[in-house]
Design a binder for this molecule. Structure first.
Ligand SMILES: Nc1nc2c(ncn2[C@@H]2O[C@H](COP(=O)(O)OP(=O)(O)O)[C@@H](O)[C@H]2O)c(=O)[nH]1
Ligand SMILES: [Mg+2]
Length: 271
């Protein structure tokens, strides 16, 4: 069915270099875009399917079917703040710990990830205080998170009840304020199918999810991740690749906007 589409997208993503979508970054500093790996952050509570998604992407890019998972997560969800997976030279996926409850250092950790003050902290101690900018000004653009994929388990019965609505207000506000593009990925679509969820209910679920994440309808996707021992359908393979391409579009737009803002700030302060 979509085999040629899948191949085209695979080639595009494997060869991807920053700027392949936007073409130019007029307000970039000299040399700033060289050896630039776009950083896409994965957020969502534990069990929402973030780590599985990384495996899905690896499988979709490399044509694997059922084989063993290429990426072995450390399995330390909850203790490790951030694991970076450079999937090609052009983009890196950032698996974050499930920020199930805010408070303590969680807000600081989220900021530090967005700012690029935590790049890949295998084994970092959650207790460790991270010093990071509240405003996102004065950070290094190449280290920042350029787009966010926000994972929500579509079959989670609490989603209907708006249980997570206020949960991540902080992250949503920060993303909005910084102009970071956000997508909503509703995982476990297969479970919806087996629960007999009708189109109207799906629409409600997507709306409930968007209330948490604040992303627009166009940037909202239902998905079944690659699950060990099951076949990865072409439909889901294609969707995974499309999600990544869209996240790169959003990233380039974030990068451009942030460069323009930076230039304006510099002009203001030179006056
Ligand atoms: N049925 C189904 N299970 C999934 C899907 N995505 C993830 N899972 C399972 O849900 C559990 C949590 O997934 P994981 O990727 O570890 O979530 P994380 O905590 O956000 O990293 C695992 O047992 C996965 O196999 C999906 O789309 N459908
Ligand atoms: Mg995980």
């Amino acid at each position: 069915m979509s085999a040629s589409k899948i191949n085209d997208l695979k080639t595009f993503l494997k060869d991807y270099e920053v700027g392949n979508i936007t073409q130019s970054f007029p307000d970039a500093n000299e040399g700033e875009m060289e050896d630039f790996s776009v950083r896409v952050g994965l957020f969502g509570i534990t069990g929402s399917g973030k780590s599985s998604f990384i495996n899905s992407v690896v499988m979709a890019l490399n044509d694997e079917d059922e084989g063993p998972a290429v990426i072995q997560s450390t399995g330390a969800e909850g203790t490790i703040i951030l694991e970076a997976f450079p999937l090609t030279d052009g983009f890196t996926l950032l698996d974050t710990r499930g920020f199930d409850l805010l408070g303590g250092d969680a807000e600081k950790e989220i900021l530090a990830i967005l700012n690029g003050d935590i790049k890949d902290e295998n084994g970092i101690n959650r207790e460790k205080t991270v010093k990071t900018s509240m405003t996102g000004v004065g950070t290094v653009l190449r280290d920042e998170t350029h787009a966010v994929l926000w994972f929500v388990k579509a079959s989670d019965p609490r989603l209907h009840k708006g249980a997570y609505r206020c949960h991540m207000d902080f992250l949503r506000q920060q993303l909005l304020r910084r102009g970071v593009g956000t997508m909503t990925i509703l995982t476990h679509e297969d479970e919806l199918d087996s629960q007999g969820t009708d189109p109207e209910q799906r629409k409600k679920l997507a709306e409930a999810a968007r209330e948490i994440t604040g992303s627009i309808p166009d940037n909202t996707y239902f998905l079944t991740n690659l699950i060990k021992g099951q076949k990865f359908s072409n439909e889901n393979r294609l969707k995974v690749l499309e999600i990544i391409k869209r996240s790169l579009e959003l990233s380039e737009s974030t990068i451009k906007t942030r460069q323009t803002k930076r230039k304006m700030r510099a002009m203001m302060s030179n006056r």
